[in-house]
Design a protein around this ligand. Structure first.
Ligand SMILES: [Zn+2]
Length: 253
């Protein structure tokens, strides 16, 4: 019997907690152990990153690094489900960590109380096995993409606007990267976006599932696909995407 605290396998406690998940085809103890031995970085833990981090914690990810600057405001509360009213005015990332640690104390949670930037990008990505991008700003998404490509770390890019959202699983050197699809910030893009929390949580969980499949070695990861969900019509579309041979970020891989 292996002990998860000291070894790479599952402990009896893990088997007890994840019993129903171990039965998922392709998961088993091997897939679960891969989750437990993975460090996932989630950049921004708001409407997208919060539910995403919660689902990773529920699935038994080994460690979460939460990256998000600033304090909780009243207008965050319609979607940032790791936050509570009594967290208002307090650090978002600290509030999120508190919720996650209460929810699953067996997941290690580290917090970085600043946003992803040129100054911290390389060091943050170096500490993770996989990166989940839930940032609203294109500049941050481009930076994460560039750094994940440079360090050849998988990236799950999640984004939403109004009633729609999309997820792109990126494996550098194999799939298109974000810059293959968006060479620059789209002209119509706006900082403030209409959002219902259920929409961001849905898109977050599509991203969480793609990441969990990738980490645990389950089949069906949507590589070379952009997953697009329209909640107004409740329609899901998968758009085939290709690498740009002239991409400024990934063409050399
Ligand atoms: Zn590219």
């Amino acid at each position: 019997m292996e002990d998860s605290e000291s070894g790479k396998g599952l402990s009896e406690r893990d088997r007890e907690i994840y019993e129903w998940q171990l039965d998922v085809p392709g998961m088993g103890e091997e897939g679960q152990a891969k989750l437990r031995n993975t460090t996932a970085l989630v950049s921004r833990i708001g409407g997208l990153g919060g539910p995403l981090a919660l689902s990773l914690a529920a699935a038994g990810i080994g460690k979460l690094i939460l990256v998000h600057g600033g304090e909780l405001r009243p207008d965050d509360l319609n979607r940032q489900i790791l936050m509570r009213h009594d967290h208002l005015g307090k650090s978002r990332v600290a509030a999120a960590a508190e919720t996650l640690r209460t929810f699953n104390p067996h997941v290690e949670v580290e917090t970085v109380a600043e946003n992803f930037s040129e100054g911290n990008a390389a060091e943050l990505v170096a500490r993770a096995d996989i990166v989940f991008d839930a940032a609203p700003l294109f500049e941050e998404r481009f930076l994460m993409n560039r750094e994940c490509v440079a360090q050849q770390k998988p990236l799950i890019d999640c984004a939403m606007y109004n009633m729609e959202g999309q997820v792109i699983p990126i494996v550098p050197g194999e799939t298109p990267c974000l810059a293959c699809l968006y060479p620059e910030v789209p002209a119509h893009w706006k900082r403030r976006f209409p959002v219902i929390g259920a929409v961001s949580a849905l898109i977050a969980n599509i991203g969480a599932m793609e990441g969990i499949k990738l980490i645990a070695g389950l089949s069906g990861v949507n590589l070379h696909r952009l997953i697009y969900f329209d909640t107004a019509a409740m329609k899901l579309r998968k758009v085939k995407i290709s690498r740009n041979p002239d991409c400024k970020v990934c063409a050399k891989l």
